[in-house]
Design a protein around this ligand. Structure first.
Ligand code: 13P
Ligand code: SF4
Length: 323
């Protein structure tokens, strides 16, 4: 479905010396806004107009006056911006920047799952394709999932998709019995409970903070669990001087910027010879590709109008229910 967007030799030859200045100039020329997720490279975070978690970026995309939205994140995030802004040009620096979690929920199989659970309301985590959104009743993010599920009448059965870890966390928080689609994120399931416990012994002053996409054995050790923005806020407000951070380490750039005197230790993956705690999809975007996307006005996100309209309804319900 995606095209490969590696930088070709002839493209790199065209790159300006000062990419920051060139991107800022293109921003003016295109009347563009750059939205970036916390898992992006530091350079991209630094040039963005808005950095946020999925909910904040969706809200920003819904309210922007810009003509062009440059989405420095993964495909489902840029697609969400397009769902909300059919008449704007939405650019993603690398169209291959997908999401392992979204990939665990193919539409045909999900259709069969829905059919096997008649009468269920479908709440889908925003980390899914537009096709899955179009099959859902309400979208949620990691920052509003608990709030949204609490608003559903007690006697209404619920399917929660695609992340089983967030789903299980929401069940624990709300006491609601939900049917879970068994999807997960390869990055958040890479953390080693054993190594985190070992780190905590070496740094007894550190608090463990974790994203709800992590597995239960990791979440059990966390002092605080929340979306990327919630983790950032917690790290700023907590009196602790050190944190073991169980989410993609890109966020540590903002944590360190906000509180330079505190220490942030990335939670280690099971396999210490890889950088598996970095999201390989998010990291496909680079400052160079961001510049080229703006210069070439491509790669562009497009969607069949029928899918977009069907996906828009549950997105709007989410925005209304999370005011
Ligand atoms: P947030 O909504 O917490 O930013 O999470 C997005 C994500 O992709 C986590 O893996
Ligand atoms: Fe998807 Fe996981 Fe990457 Fe988030 S960290 S974008 S859920 S693969």
């Amino acid at each position: 479905m995606f095209t490969t967007a590696l930088l070709r030799r002839d493209q790199t030859a065209d790159l300006p010396h000062d990419l920051f200045a060139a991107i800022n100039a293109l921003k003016q020329e295109l009347n563009a806004v750059i939205l970036a997720h916390y898992y992006q490279d530091s350079d991209i975070q630094d040039i963005a107009d808005c950095i946020g978690d999925s909910l904040e970026l969706s809200r920003k995309a819904a309210n922007t006056n810009a003509d062009v939205i440059v989405f420095a994140g993964v495909h489902f995030m840029a697609e969400t911006a397009k769902i909300l802004n059919p008449n704007k040009l939405v650019l993603l620096p690398d169209l291959d920047a997908g999401c392992s979690l979204a990939d665990t929920c193919p539409p045909a199989a999900f259709g069969e799952f829905k059919a096997a659970h008649p009468g269920h309301l479908v709440i889908s985590y925003i980390n899914c394709s537009a096709a899955i959104k179009a099959m859902s009743d309400i979208i949620c993010t990691s920052s509003n999932a608990v709030k949204i599920v609490r608003q559903i009448p007690e006697d209404q059965p619920i399917i929660f998709a695609p992340d089983r870890n967030l789903g299980r966390y929401v069940i624990q928080q709300t006491g609601r019995d939900m049917v879970l689609w068994q999807g997960s994120c390869m990055v958040h399931e890479t953390f080693s409970e054993k190594k985190i416990v070992q780190l905590k012994i070496e740094h007894p002053e550190a608090e463990i903070i974790a994203h709800p996409e992590c597995e239960e054995p990791v979440l059990r050790h966390a002092t605080y669990i929340g979306s990327t923005s919630a983790l950032l806020k917690y790290a700023q407000q907590s009196s602790a001087s050190a944190f073991i951070v169980a989410t993609e380490p890109g966020i540590i750039h903002q944590m360190q910027k906000q509180t330079p005197h505190k220490q942030f230790i990335p939670a280690p993956p099971v396999n210490s010879t890889c950088a598996c705690n970095e999201c390989p999809h998010m990291r496909l975007n680079t400052l160079e590709k961001l510049y080229l996307a703006m210069k070439n006005r491509a790669p562009e996100i497009t969607l069949p109008e029928e899918t977009r309209l069907a996906a828009l309804k549950p997105m709007q319900r989410m925005l209304e229910m999370s005011l």
